[in-house]
Design a protein around this ligand. Structure first.
Ligand code: NAD
Length: 501
């Protein structure tokens, strides 16, 4: 019988009743390995009921105690790393080492969130007026939700969960229906770590579940990560409903290669950043901008040599550099874009479309592709392909490269490869992108900084993880207090003034 993944509500598995299921594939085999229950509105409401009932007690729990539970949770995730990575890889397709990286980057943020006792501290000013003091405190929002994509089934749910619950909220996760098993296991492990029932709930589902989460007035904030059109629509919807949202979308990350860069290092960096995880990363580098003809010619040669040595294989093949795409639809989309690039006149230097992995003929594999002489009007340049395709756009100077980056619709990540400190400094100051790498191809900030793109890559004022996450998941309350020690001098009718009242 096909394995089924259901919901995790109130500290227990709750079987879905909709009789609607999504298929969960093993992308290396191209076959369905499980099915996931798609929640009804009532099931989502039940999760919100449970979360709302559990949250006040959790919010009143000493933050250090909350942090200790997170610490135990971190420990349990590490103890179960092999099992979690295998589960993650089997549904996503990424190789095991990369799946462990996915989980580790999630733990990075849980560990940061353990600093809640410090991060939640308010400010205090005494004697703002005669006998009057003012202090501020950060309070949780109540019930908050995370809606997450398929491509980091552990990391992104943990980025949302950690700060949200450390701050005293109850959290409902609606993970991607393509990779539901790891989020479910994480919820089980959180219970085992001592998290009270109802503080971390997982409802699986599709748009019906998201709509139910949006429409319930008790859910106060949404941390969304996924494609740009959905990010934008959830952000607008939340604003209409007077709720808080931070919504992170798609990307097209550029890398400028200056003529003084070490091109062997650059080629190694680009191959890893463009093709790792089959390009299914929002921080994947998908456009290279070599400055000058010689830089471009040498770079294409070095990339071509390295691509020939890449190994594509199933997630449990220890020699594989990357695995299959997540689904048949993704494979069709990437192949379609490559066809469009060829039709538009780009030079397809390496064509990965027909790759077959022996023993995995039905898997959703695609080889690495490299385009040269791409121009800014081509769909392979304008659109997020989300596959192992690297486009080279030749530029004559740094200003032309910078303009391309700044004019692009997306602004998630970017890199410059150079030995020129002046160029790098100018680049960091003027580039219109949220996360910048200087000789670092995938500049994903560490958990105690914040992560977020600009332009169509991110909607909302606050970023993910780091101090912003605590600001996002809390409200500030400011208290002005006076303890009367002298008799009243009568009513006052002017605005209280700090230094005179
Ligand atoms: P997706 O937009 O298809 O799905 C994301 C989530 O939204 C899933 O939980 C899905 O069930 C839900 N969803 C889908 N359609 C919906 C609808 N109509 N209404 C409400 N909810 C809906 O994205 P995906 O394919 O899972 O993930 C890949 C995308 O995520 C890429 O564009 C990638 O760049 C982006 N991404 C961005 C970041 C970032 O931080 N900027 C990080 C990772 C992934």
């Amino acid at each position: 019988m096909t394995r089924e993944v259901h919901h995790y509500i109130g500290g227990d598995t709750v079987s879905g009743t909709s009789n609607r299921f999504g298929d969960v594939y093993n992308p290396a085999e191209g076959a369905v390995q499980a099915r996931v229950a798609l929640a009804t509105r009532d099931e989502v409401t039940k999760a919100i009921d449970v979360a709302a009932a559990a949250q006040p007690k959790w919010a009143a729990t000493n933050p250090q105690r909350r942090a200790r539970i997170l610490g135990k949770f971190v420990e349990l995730i590490r103890e179960n790393m092999d099992e979690l990575a295998a589960l993650l890889s089997s549904e996503h397709g990424k190789v095991l080492a990369d799946a462990k990286g996915d989980i580790e980057r999630g733990l990075d943020v849980l560990e940061f969130a353990m600093g809640a006792p410090h991060l939640l501290k308010g400010e205090y000013s005494d004697s703002v007026g005669t006998g009057i003091d003012t202090y501020s405190m950060r309070q949780p929002l109540g019930v908050v939700a995370g809606i997450t994509p398929f491509n980091f089934p552990a990391m992104i749910p943990l980025w949302k969960l950690g700060p949200a619950i450390a701050a005293g909220n109850a959290f409902i996760l609606k993970p991607s229906e393509r990779c539901p098993s790891v989020p479910f296991r994480l919820a089980e492990l959180a219970s085992e770590a001592g998290l009270p029932d109802g503080i971390f709930n997982v409802v699986n589902g599709d748009r019906t579940a998201v709509d139910a989460l949006m429409e319930d007035p008790r859910v106060r904030a949404y941390g969304f990560v996924g494609s740009t059109p959905i990010a934008q629509s959830i952000f607008s919807r939340a604003a209409e409903l007077g709720k808080r949202a931070q919504c992170f979308g798609g990307a097209k990350n550029h890398c400028i290669i200056m003529p003084d860069a070490d091109l062997d290092q650059v080629a190694d960096a680009l191959v890893g950043a463009a093709y790792g995880s089959a390009g299914e990363r929002c921080m994947a580098l998908s456009v290279a901008l070599p400055v000058g003809k010689e830089t471009a010619d040498v770079l294409v040669e070095k990339l071509t040599e390295r691509i020939a040595n890449l190994k594509v294989g199933a997630y449990d093949d220890p020699n594989a550099d990357y695995g299959p795409l997540v689904g048949r639809d993704a494979l069709d989309r990437v192949r379609r874009y490559i066809g469009e690039g060829v039709d538009a006149g780009a030079e397809l230097v390496v064509d990965g479309r027909d790759l077959v992995v022996p023993g995995h003929e039905a898997g959703f594999f695609i080889g690495p592709s490299l385009f040269d002489n791409v121009t800014a009007d081509m769909s392979i340049y304008t659109d997020e392909i989300f596959g192992p395709v690297l486009c080279i756009v030749r530029v004559s100077d740094y200003e032309e490269a910078l303009k391309l980056v700044n004019d692009h619709e997306y602004g998630n990540g970017v890199a410059i490869m150079t030995n020129n400190g002046g160029a790098a400094r100018d680049f960091a100051a003027r580039v219109q992108v949220g996360m910048v790498g200087i000789n670092v191809p995938i500049p994903v900030p560490i958990g105690y900084y914040t992560f977020g793109g600009w332009k169509a890559s991110g909607f909302g004022d606050l970023n993910q993880h780091g101090p912003d996450a605590f600001r996002f998941y809390t409200k500030t309350k400011t208290v002005t207090e006076r303890w009367p020690s002298e008799p009243s001098t009568g009513a006052k009718f002017i605005m209280p003034l700090g230094d005179q009242s």
